[in-house]
Design a protein around this ligand. Sequence first.
Ligand SMILES: [Zn+2]
Length: 140
Amino acid sequence: MSHTCTSLLMHCMDFRFGKKMKEFMEQNNLMGDADLVSIAGAAKNIVNPETQALALRQLEISKDLHGMKVVHLMNHTDCGAYGGKKAFTDEKAEYEKLTGDLKEAAQIVKAKWPELEVKLWLAHINESGHEAEISFEPIA
Ligand SMILES: [Zn+2]
């Protein structure tokens, strides 16, 4: 049995993802082939100097120990670590902050490990009924 995996997925700890995160992983062939980092605010931890070392250390361990080659960074709307959607004046401002942090985090990762591929995702959480509706948008 090989002790390697292709990817690492860093996403928010938010419980609302539930089964949707499993579906996302299955759709992107990550199930059983990705190290998982579940941390409040996800990419925010790479951008924030106070938490950057811990966040990057997870990538380093995954890379050195498991030969990981692809990093998936996922932020999401209405994220408590960003103060929720109420912290923003409108949806556009929230979108720009969340995707801006993703892109900045990708640059930080690429500067440190140019050989890694970085894929960015924004999960949209809409709570209209009892269950949250979640969709995943790839960010270029
Ligand atoms: Zn969150």
